[in-house]
Write a protein that binds this ligand. Sequence first.
Ligand SMILES: *[C@@H]1O[C@H](CO)[C@@H](O)[C@H](O)[C@H]1NC(C)=O
Ligand SMILES: [Zn+2]
Length: 361
Amino acid sequence: NANEISTYSFRNIKILTIQKFGNKYLIPTKYMLSQQTIDALRKPTFDVWLWESNEMLSCLEHMYHDLGLVKDFNINPITLKRWLLCIHDNYRNNPFHNFRHCFCVTQMMYSMICLCNLQEKFTQVDILILMTAAVCHDLDHPGYNNTYQINARTELAVRYNDISPLENHHCAVAFQIFSQPDCNIFANFDPEAFKQIRQGTITLILATDMARHGEILDSFKQKVDNFDFTNEEHVTCLKMVLIKCCDISNEVRPMEVAEPWVDCLLEEYFMQSDREKAEGLPVAPFMDREKVTKPTAQIGFIKFVLIPMFESVMKLFPQIEEVMVQPLRESRDRYEELKQIDDAMNEKKKSENLTMGGKKK
Ligand SMILES: *[C@@H]1O[C@H](CO)[C@@H](O)[C@H](O)[C@H]1NC(C)=O
Ligand SMILES: [Zn+2]
């Protein structure tokens, strides 16, 4: 019965083995980062494909140490390791929304913190919120988007009344994980500090729902020309835009790093559209394997979503133009050339088909 509401319970949070990290000498040297890796990690040019999970975990751990978060907030370094491992175990193996995507978003956040000297503008609480929201922002993503959840009336949509069901779920899973003492990096925080981190993290994760893109960007544009780093509302809005930038920042990366992500995203889209067809639900043309190509998928997104958002952030941080906006413009130009080639080939095929059809008769 399609209208039946089943009881929803959280997917069990995976508990991890603790002994593994009880003794630091048990950590294989392979997961010790070289100075070269540590330096490269600070830039958007970092090759996110070279690393297996344990190496990405070491990188994330390094970022928390390097930003001074472990020291300033008295985070237990072993709890940090356990928390990250638990985070890893609670991302699913989707084509796109997987642990490597979590790593990419967090690494881009770290790059922006370094590039824009955000530690001079923000408090360490803000930096902790930005990093932690990035790490947690797609936890337990099922690989099918909000529209699917709502149209298919899934347990998640029912639980969250169709209001950003996925983002609410990612965030709830994040705080389920923090509720386990072994994984609670905030264990040493006083209740007021925890409240602040929790509120900030919720706000940022919920801001990653692309259905709110226009609303959030408009609100930022209203503030950017008179931006005030002492105004809490301004700072919150900037943090929301920053996590949004990082979440969809693949095209900022070098072409060789960025392009495979498009295949991953299309694979996930096709999985959804195939299921929507099978279940008689509406299908979006940009997710349909019969209709979409890599260039058509990317051109509009880069021109109308990515470039306008990064250009408005550029007003506050002009240093991102060369490092982030220019690569976006180059990617747009490259995909436009690829589309022209695709179009020319399709024209040729069409006329060949016409000639062949003529001969047969
Ligand atoms: C989610 O999927 C639907 C098709 O079911 C599509 O119309 C919508 O644009 C998608 N949303 C995003 C953010 O990709
Ligand atoms: Zn994401």
